[in-house]
Design a protein around this ligand. Structure first.
Ligand SMILES: [Zn+2]
Length: 167
C-alpha cells in the first residue's frame, strides 16, 4: 500500500513533471493511487502525495474515480467562494480557502486523449486543490500570513506526530 506523503516533505513543494506517454507502469501507478485514495477516504489525490513528481491526479466521482494528466487551467471564474478544505498531506487540518466558483481546464485522460473539462462548485474546488499540488502548492500556501501564524501549533503537530488530533 502506498503511503501518503505529508507536510513538510520537500516533494510537496515541487513542480511536477508532465507525463509524456502512457505506459503500463503509469496505469499501474493509477491503480495504486486509486486504492490509496479510497483507503484514506480522500476525494482527490495528486501524484506528489505518493512521492511521484508527475502531473497526475485523481478525483473521486460517484460512479468511478477519474484520472487526469497534464492539466492546464484555461479559465477561472471571477466569482469566488470560500469553503473549508482538508488535505491528506495535512491530516486533521481544515482551513477556509477561497477558490474560483467554476473552472475550465484542458488535460489528458488516462488513455492519453485530450479532454476539456468544465466544473463548478465542489468539483471546481477539488480540481483547483489537486492542480495546486502539481505546482507545489498546499492549502497552507493559500491563506494569509496571519492565518498561517495562527495554525503554527497544528503544523508543528503534523510535523511531529503526522496529524492534528481531533478536538
Ligand atoms: Zn491535498
Amino acid at each position: 500500500m502506498l503511503k501518503i506523503v505529508k507536510y513538510p516533505a520537500a516533494i510537496l513543494k515541487k513542480r511536477a513533471k508532465e507525463v509524456q506517454e502512457i505506459t503500463p507502469e503509469l496505469l499501474d501507478l493509477l491503480k495504486k493511487m486509486e486504492s490509496a485514495m479510497e483507503k484514506n477516504k480522500g476525494v482527490g489525490l495528486a501524484a506528489p502525495q505518493i512521492n511521484v513528481s508527475k502531473q497526475i491526479f485523481l478525483i473521486k466521482d460517484n460512479r468511478k474515480n477519474q484520472a487526469f494528466l497534464n492539466p492546464k487551467i484555461e479559465k477561472l471564474s471571477k466569482k469566488q467562494e470560500i469553503d473549508e478544505e482538508g488535505c491528506l498531506s495535512l491530516p486533521g487540518l481544515f482551513l477556509p480557502i477561497k477558490r474560483a466558483e467554476s473552472i475550465r481546464l484542458s488535460c489528458n485522460a488516462k488513455d492519453g486523449k485530450p479532454l476539456l473539462i468544465e466544473a463548478s462548485g465542489l468539483a471546481a474546488r477539488i480540481f483547483q486543490h489537486e492542480i495546486d499540488h502539481l505546482y507545489g502548492k498546499l492549502i497552507i500556501d493559500r491563506i494569509t500570513p496571519i492565518a498561517k501564524w495562527k495554525i503554527k501549533k497544528e503544523l508543528a503537530e503534523i510535523k511531529k506526530t503526522g496529524r492534528v488530533k481531533a478536538k
